[in-house]
Design a protein around this ligand. Structure first.
Ligand SMILES: C[S@@+](CC[C@H](N)C(=O)[O-])C[C@H]1O[C@@H](n2cnc3c(N)ncnc32)[C@H](O)[C@@H]1O
Length: 254
């Protein structure tokens, strides 16, 4: 009888796996096929499409991209490896390659399956130096070794509470090289802070009214704590995407 490990290995090598393909391949019951697919996706942090990002042409978004590129250029680290979230269009990666130079390569994560395959096609069509990865970038942030990347472009557009643990491990492990930048985009709504996190109580205390000033103050407090003395917050840019957003640029100093 086929083992769980064999099924999981097969799903890994067949990203288009569906319940019916599993039933056909291994003679599984529909229930067992579905349980295996769900377990695999959960482990890898893969999500089904639910209202993917839809404002890649927004004015504020483009200004934010330009600021990220300005900081990468200024850093002097103008070649090497960048970890990013390219979305289907790979906009910032294309812009970096054309404006800073072709000496960069990227590891591009996407956890939404449909968006991942669109991104895969864009990479092939434009022959972009992006190695595509299907799954949650949090896994890489927690496991990458010291100095692995020149820069990180974590264009999440999510709420801070969902990335608290990723941020802690990423800054502790120093996965970005000295002089490199970490760019993070976050929604200014921060009412979903990770309940289990110790940071939660502190952030709650800082944000009484959830207005812009308090939110930015809370971001600054959070990032200066998780970064420690090896990093500095270089710039915070507030913009409007589909909702109110902030771009935070952090640089590794030592
Ligand atoms: C705001 S978009 C990226 C936009 C792109 N960088 C640009 O310049 O247009 C964020 C993308 O990353 C994906 N994403 C968000 N959080 C993620 C995570 N933790 N792991 C993997 N992908 C994620 C989303 O599904 C979405 O497609």
């Amino acid at each position: 009888m086929v083992t769980k490990q064999e099924i999981q290995e097969w799903i890994k090598n067949n990203p288009y796996a569906t319940n019916s393909k599993l039933v056909k391949q291994f003679g599984l019951s529909k229930q067992r096929a579905s349980a295996n697919l769900i377990a695999y996706r959960k482990k890898k942090g893969i999500k089904k499409s639910v209202g993917a990002f839809n404002n890649e042409n927004g004015n504020g978004k483009q200004k934010a991209r330009n600021i990220i590129i300005k900081h990468i250029y200024k850093s002097g680290l103008n070649s090497g490896k960048i970890l990013s979230l390219p979305f289907s269009k790979c906009n910032i990666e294309k812009q970096i390659l054309s404006e800073i130079g072709k000496k960069f390569s990227f590891i591009g994560y996407e956890r939404d399956e449909k968006v991942y395959w669109k991104m895969f096609k864009t990479i092939q069509k434009h022959k972009l130096p992006i190695y595509p990865m299907l799954g949650d970038i949090g896994y890489e942030l927690e496991t990458a070794h010291e100095d692995k990347y020149n820069h990180l472009i974590l264009d999440y557009c999510c709420q801070l509470g969902t990335i608290v643990e990723d941020m802690k491990s990423m800054f502790q492990a120093n996965i970005v090289q000295v002089g490199g930048i970490v760019a993070i985009t976050l929604s200014k709504r921060i009412n979903k802070l990770g309940q289990s996190s110790k940071v939660y109580g502190e952030m709650k205390r800082l944000i009484k009214n959830e207005n812009d000033i308090e939110t930015i103050h809370a971001f600054k407090t959070f990032f200066s704590k998780v970064c420690g003395f090896n990093y500095s917050i270089e710039e915070i840019f507030e913009y409007h995407d589909t909702c109110s957003m902030a771009l935070i640029i952090i640089k590794r100093l030592k």
